[in-house]
Design a protein around this ligand. Sequence first.
Ligand code: GLA
Length: 745
Amino acid sequence: MEIEYLKDEGLFRLTAGDTEYVIGIADGKYIGHVYYGRKIKDSQCGYLMRTEEAPFVPSSNLREKCSFADAFPAEYSTWGMGDYRDSCLNVRSSNGFRGCELHYEDYRIFRGKPELPGMPATFCREDDNGSGMTLELICRDEVLGLKVILRYSVFEDSSVVIRSTELVNEGKNPMYLERVLTACLDMDMEEGDLLTLGGSWARERHMVRRPLAFGKQIVSSFRGESGHQDHPFLAVMSRNAGQDQGEVYAMHFVYSGNFLAEAEMSQFGSVRLLMGIHPEGFEWVLNPGDTFVTPEVVCVYSDQGLGKMTHIFHDLYRRHLIRSSYLHKKRPILINNWEATYFNFDTEKLLEIAREAKKRGIEMLVMDDGWFGERNTDEGSLGDWQVNEKKLPGGLNYLVQQVRALGMEFGIWFEPEMVSPDSNLYRTHPDWAVRIPEREPVQSRAQYVLDLSRPEVVDYVYESVARILRSAPISYVKWDMNRQMSDIGSAYLGKEHQGELFHRYILGVYELQERLTREFPELLLENCASGGARFDPGMLYYSPQIWCSDDTDAIERLAIQEGTSLLYPLGTIGAHVSACPNHIVGRVTPFETRGHVAMAGTFGYELDITKLSEEEKQMVEEQVKMVHRFQPLIQEGDYYRIASWQENHRYDSWQVVSKDKTEALFTYIQVLAQPNWHSRKILLKGLNPEVRYQLEQIRQNKTGSGETFTGKVYKGSLLMYGGLLIPRMEGDFTSVMIHLHALKK
Ligand code: GLA
């Protein structure tokens, strides 16, 4: 890790891991992007900005400044002054004029990395390996009186560049930020592919790959949350890029609200990547002396395909983003009553589930939606966070004490950001909901969103949650958020500030989670939003695990978890075994397969264990033991994607290898059985080629071929280059799990 200013060449060079990011100053003023990629370690690279190629540089040819601006590889593009590609920044002056041009003024290089006020951000660790450095490029628009600081940070142990931007009004008049993205990345790329993650409720984060094309390709959200449909991530990559080869440039947004991620191919075949808060519905009033800071963007470059990109993201998030004390701790194996009972439960039913769960080794009972107010359906009571003693006679404390007396921990569900029209809270404070005063607000799941731009609402919400947590020994909270925002209006913000509501809402969410994790540092917090609509790096800063999807079907989960694990470590991915036929797709899959798939996540159950057969209950016991044995490896190891059934339509496979390569866990799912087919050769990954590994097949039932890998010993090189032969198995949705353990010479 290093950040240098090369004075003679007028270049800034950031070195992070095996990558280099170079910034230049053109014509003494314009901050340009020179290079991002493998280390070149040569200070002659400034010509890559092409300022000498065409006679368009403003100082020598002011007449053609527009041609300069429209082709220059900008580090932070601005709107309205000759660059017609999409920009990062558009400002309206108090006179109503739009346009902004930033000129370089100064720089600062320092050790460490500043926090972002009120927002999640990657951070340095105390140890040497976790240290970091920051470059600040200070620039200014004299006419507006606007100072802009472009911030770049690198870490000792990571090949990432983290970007954020700060704007300060140093003028005498207010100005209006109509568009303020975090970063752009201009590069030469005449052809390549674009990779994004997309889907819907119950189909989150499927990988979507398409050719990069002329013009603009966008993924975005203005739903008030990062969303099920798009994810705040994009990557451009060479055509030949795959798991292990090819170039990949990726950007990921550490934010949970509206976002824009865009790739624009220009008339000259260059590509501009943009990422930041979605400008739709956004306007921020920057009064004299005010500062606005953007959320941060993580930039990753990989010269060895998606696999290396994945490792960089996983290691970064484990070391520099997740703050929870649970990061490296074993997570309790939980059972959640949602799919078991929905709203139809009482203390006795929950205890019945808890008693059977305890017998089988499960460690925590989580009480989901329906324990408060009059909530027996999803029609009402959100906002009325008082325990429903008709369902829970003796109150919450009695239930928690009974569960704890069994030797289990207790967790609880909240949806704190919402209010039902049918609730005491809404009847008392209709103006606390996000809504446009003259309009009948749009309902979704019979609920409205609370206006978290309003401090008293944040306080009410916080106290509602904290009061319950103070009332009983509760170890875990599932923090849910089950609708997207509409009717963007706040009775609290004045008419000039309505464009700030989306962002202020998310700042309110962050404040709530900050307060919660500060007051209850030992609480295990799991975020959730109708399944995985707010699975993003912003939420990961507060909660070490996030519910990945309401779709718990093992086969549907393959694509969802594949896309999610492209960026997120397995230990962050909420995954549970549920009952069959599956409640969402009606599919019946073997209990063993459901266990193997959920084990590529935090692991738990989402079913009525009292209704399982004795054979299944015994399988629960075995799975619990497997989780105890393998969870450290799954949480801390390197994840390798081996095969994707989304691509091959037959089978899926992945592997986790310990950092020291002495241990690995391999999973193979035969999605569809094939007739008249021989065994399938699978090449393992990430092993030490020189070491011999002993195999142990982790099996639960007799769905496999009857053959076993247990006891076999193979060299790492053979398993990786020659392959392992996985026999054809009887039946669809069958699976094999193999543990590999390195033998000492
Ligand atoms: C959301 C969550 C579910 C469950 C329900 C309860 O859909 O994703 O897991 O908690 O809410 O209403």
